[in-house]
Each structure stands twice: as structure tokens, then as C-alpha cells.
Design a protein around this ligand. Structure first.
Ligand SMILES: C[S@@+](CC[C@H](N)C(=O)[O-])C[C@H]1O[C@@H](n2cnc3c(N)ncnc32)[C@H](O)[C@@H]1O
Length: 499
């Protein structure tokens, strides 16, 4: 525990601290864009490895304190699947599960999940007037002020809440310009392809406050009434509270109520989707991939064999991570699909040179397993849904391609909570379920290859800045100094589109 604020936070959240939960110095969420990284290391060779049969579980301790041996509990405790977890109103104890399901439950459990209960998305109120600002610094100062006002307003309405989870997305910061850029892309591509034979059918997965939907519809109504008359917008939203908020915003003003008969808000996870949509449609996913659960994998450094990460929760609610040789069918398929899609050309969390690999195992205190790699199994399943139910879709997605301050590992997530109005990143995803945002970077090279392999469609990936230069009216977000926050923020985000 290296920061007083983290100690205070965990005293508040837990009776005792979950293992491996060592917070770093508090940072604002915007510091995600800095390049600072943790240099904490995991402990080394696990004691349970000695004398074990190769198909038994292996402990990979995550703290600097030697863990007690939990093999007996691992053998006894029942497995919980994601279906079992969804039904739970309280956090489970004395159980084991896949790391992927633990993350899914932490983020989306209907009773205590982060997105169901905790997430509050910042809205700046009136759009920022960028051309009247001196420069980017002034934008930062105004943003800070509006954050404080927004949260003071929430305190007045709901009472003080030191662990309120508040964060922002580009949709909100740059509204309406961000949504208008997306709308321009949609209308141009619709007019160039299926207009007038088909309607403009838009699906948005994970719509947050519903701001992108409103900005897109406002723009189309004003810029192209003919297309507006043919537009239908569907939101697929997992979180009941966010779906409710989206509906409220849709009904809140006469202007937005005008869109109501074109909008359908479907409160379900995309992974429960079961309706076939044969018509051509655009499918939007902005900052949703980053919150899709991943599997944790470590490799036997001598054989390169992957082991899949599981979580054990003991009777005290402490978390332990362990790895087993058998891959579940979803992870096994991911490895097959990735290999076929990339021709075996993807990064690995251990030296690919066999000599270096051999030497790395001979170092004093060398680990028997590699660093963790986090594989986007849920993302692969999302592409399966697109392929099965939306055969004529065109995807437009934007997400982080890199995340500083991530936990250790390849493609590793940032795990953070907000306490007393400050972001607090921690060093493991094994944290009190529901209180932490767990967000992963997207490796767009691999993602594009997997998407192409599953859907048979072609794609283009550009930077967030290049997409905005092409489709936004960038003068609307330019400050007097010439600095343009729409282009300079989110340098670590990319956009992928179906071509
Ligand atoms: C980080 S927020 C982004 C919100 C919005 N797109 C924006 O950019 O402002 C992620 C959104 O995706 C939703 N979401 C996450 N997983 C989902 C799933 N499996 N199905 C549908 N919505 C999901 C969350 O509830 C939330 O609304």
C-alpha cells in the first residue's frame, strides 16, 4: 500500500485488503494519456509447481507476500459460470471462476457491477465554445471547473459520495462536433451505397448518456431532411441505469422528443442478441471494446504452452489467481482464430528466440510462467454476433490503442477507481467487484485481422485525429492559438471502419 489515499479508500471499501491490491499514486483520469508506467514486478516461481502433475493448477502469486497454499480450496470450491454470476445479488465467496467471467461480473453484474451501479458519465452542460478560448490550457482549466460544478450538483442532489465513479468520453467533451463528424460519415456513406433502396439503419452498442445518438439525429435532421425521413436509430445498452438515462435524455426537450419515434432503446447485452437483421446497417461502438472482458493467459516458458487464468475467492472474500493447462472452448477458439487470421504473427509475452527463452528460465528466481497476456475473447464473440445476426452491417468503432498506467502484462488493462474526486489506479484486476473501471487497450492490427476472418469484410484503421480531420468541421473545435483539442486529445485512440 503505497499511498495514504489508497489505504483510506480500501479501508472504506473492504474489511481487509484483497491480495495484490497495491495502489499507485492517485492520478486524474486525463493522466491516462501520459506515458508513465508501473515498474512493479510479480513474485516468481510458484511453490505449487514443484512435484505437480502437468495438468494440475499452478499458482502464480501476485503479491510480494508469499500466499498461503490454496490448493485444497481450489479442489473443493464450485465453479461459477457467467450465467451463475449474473443471477447473484451479492458478491460470491468460496467459489472459482475464469478471470474473464470475474471481470465481466465486476463490470456488468446487474446488482453490483460497475456499469450497472457506479458509472456516472460527465456531461459538460453547454457545449464548450472552443473558438473563444485562448489555447488548450484554457480548455483544460474550463474542463476542470465544469467537472467540479457537475460533481457539486450531484452532491447537492444525492449527497456527498467520495467513491462516485465519474469519467468522460470524447462524445461528451466535444459534443456536438464529435457526433456531427460521425453523422457526416454515415450520411455520405449511406448516400453513396444503399440510398434510396434501403433506410438508414443505425445500431449503437453501449450508448453511455445517449449523447452521440442525439447529436447524430440532430445533425441529420438539420443537414439532410430527406435522409432523416429514412433514419432509424437503435441503441443496444447493457446497463439498465444508462438505458434509463438515454430514454430520459431523448424525452427531455421538445427538440429531442422529435426524434423519439425513430429511436428504439434495447436494454440488453449484445451477447444476448437474438434477432436477425438482414438489412444493410451501420453498427457503432464507441469506447465499448475497452470494457469487454478478456482472458488472462500465461505461457509455460519452456514449452510455450498457454495456461488460462482463473480466480479463486475464499471465505474471507480474498482473491487468488491461478492458471490451468486446459483452455476453455472460447479461449481455445481465440487461439485458433488469431493464428489463422494473422499467420502466427502476433506479439507474445516471452522471448520468441528459443535461446533467449531458455536462458530466461535459467536466471536466478526466474518465473516458470511468462508475464500475463490479456486476450480479447469477448471481442471475438462480439464479431461472432455481428457475423451471425448483422450480415449486412458496416462497423464504425473507436477505442484506445494504448493505455499508460496499465497493470503489468501484454495488452494489460488499466484498473482504476475514483475516490475523493481523484483517479486511483491499482496493480491488479482482482479487486472489489463493481468499484473499479477495468479497461483494456485494443491492438487494432490483430483486431482487424480477427474481424476480417470472422465476418469476411474488409476494414480500414485510422487514428482518431485523422478520422476527425476527414469528417469534422475542425474549425469548430480550434482555439485562438491554433491548438485544437479535438485533434490533440485522444492521441491514443484509433478508429476502425468496414469498407
Ligand atoms: C465507456 S462507455 C462509452 C459510452 C459512449 N459510447 C460514449 O462514448 O460516450 C461504455 C458503454 O458500453 C456499454 N456496454 C458495455 N458492454 C456492453 C454490452 N455487452 N452490450 C451493450 N452495451 C455494453 C456500457 O454500459 C456503456 O454504456
Amino acid at each position: 500500500m503505497d499511498s495514504p489515499i489508497v489505504a483510506q479508500l480500501f479501508r472504506q471499501l473492504f474489511h481487509h485488503r484483497p491480495r495484490g491490491c497495491q495502489g499507485r499514486a492517485p492520478q486524474l483520469r486525463s493522466a491516462l494519456r501520459s506515458s508513465q508506467r508501473s515498474s512493479r514486478s510479480y513474485a516468481t516461481r510458484a511453490s505449487a509447481d514443484r512435484g505437480m502433475k502437468t495438468n494440475e493448477s499452478r499458482w502464480q502469486q501476485r503479491t510480494h507476500i508469499l500466499p498461503e497454499d490454496r490448493r485444497e480450496e481450489f479442489a473443493q470450491y464450485p465453479y461459477m459460470s457467467i450465467q451463475d454470476l449474473k443471477k447473484r445479488a451479492e458478491r460470491p465467496r468460496k467459489v472459482k471462476m475464469l478471470l474473464r467471467d470475474f471481470i465481466d461480473d465486476s463490470l456488468y453484474n446487474p446488482s453490483y457491477g460497475y456499469f450497472s451501479k457506479q458509472a456516472v458519465i460527465f456531461s459538460p452542460g453547454e457545449p464548450f465554445d472552443f473558438p473563444s478560448m485562448r489555447d488548450e490550457l484554457e480548455f483544460q482549466a474550463q474542463l476542470g471547473r465544469r467537472y467540479t460544478e457537475f460533481e457539486d450538483g450531484l452532491d447537492d442532489a444525492e449527497g456527498e459520495n467520495p467513491s462516485r465513479q465519474l469519467w468522460h468520453t470524447p462524445t461528451e467533451l466535444f459534443r456536438p462536433s464529435y457526433g456531427e463528424a460521425v453523422a457526416r460519415y454515415l450520411v455520405s456513406n449511406y448516400r453513396l451505397t444503399t440510398y434510396p433502396y434501403d433506410d438508414l439503419l443505425i445500431y449503437e452498442m453501449g450508448a453511455g448518456r445517449g449523447t452521440l445518438m442525439l447529436n447524430i439525429l440532430d445533425y441529420i435532421r438539420q443537414a439532410d431532411p430527406q435522409v432523416y425521413a429514412r433514419t432509424k436509430f437503435n441503441i443496444i445498452e447493457i446497463s439498465p441505469s444508462l438505458a434509463d438515462l438515454q430514454g430520459k435524455h431523448l424525452r427531455s426537450t421538445a427538440e429531442s422528443r422529435g426524434h423519439a419515434d425513430r429511436v428504439d432503446i434495447i436494454n440488453k447485452s449484445i451477447f444476448e442478441w437474438d434477432r436477425y437483421v438482414p438489412s444493410p446497417c451501420f453498427f457503432l461502438a464507441m469506447e465499448v471494446f475497452d470494457n469487454f472482458a478478456h482472458d488472462g493467459i500465461r505461457y509455460d516458458v519452456s514449452t510455450e504452452e498457454p495456461l488460462q487464468g482463473h480466480v479463486l475467492i475464499d471465505g474471507d472474500g480474498d482473491f487468488y489467481e491461478f492458471y490451468v493447462h486446459e483452455l476453455d472452448p472460447v479461449a481455445a477458439r481465440f487461439f485458433r482464430v488469431r493464428h489463422a487470421a494473422t499467420g502466427g504473427n502476433y506479439p507474445k509475452p516471452y522471448p520468441s528466440n528459443p535461446v533467449l527463452r531458455y536462458l530466461s528460465t535459467k536466471m536466478p528466481f526466474a518465473a516458470n510462467l511468462s508475464d500475463a497476456e490479456f486476450i480479447p475473447t469477448r471481442l471475438m464473440q462480439f464479431f461472432d454476433v455481428l457475423e451471425k445476426y448483422f450480415p449486412a452491417h458496416r462497423l464504425l468503432t473507436s477505442d484506445f490503442d494504448a493505455l499508460p498506467q496499465a497493470v503489468r502484462g501484454l495488452n494489460a488493462p488499466v484498473v482504476q477507481t475514483r475516490y475523493q474526486r481523484r483517479m486511483v489506479p491499482v496493480t491488479t484486476p482482482l479487486v472489489h467487484q463493481g468499484y473499479f473501471d477495468i479497461l483494456f487497450p485494443t491492438d487494432f492490427r490483430i483486431t482487424e485481422a480477427i474481424y476480417r476472418a470472422i465476418t469476411g469484410k474488409l476494414t480500414r484503421v485510422t487514428s482518431h485525429g485523422d478520422f476527425m480531420r476527414r469528417w469534422a468541421y475542425v474549425e469548430d473545435t480550434q482555439t485562438r492559438s491554433g491548438e485544437n483539442p479535438l485533434l490533440s486529445h485522444y492521441k491514443n485512440a484509433s478508429v476502425m471502419i468496414t469498407v
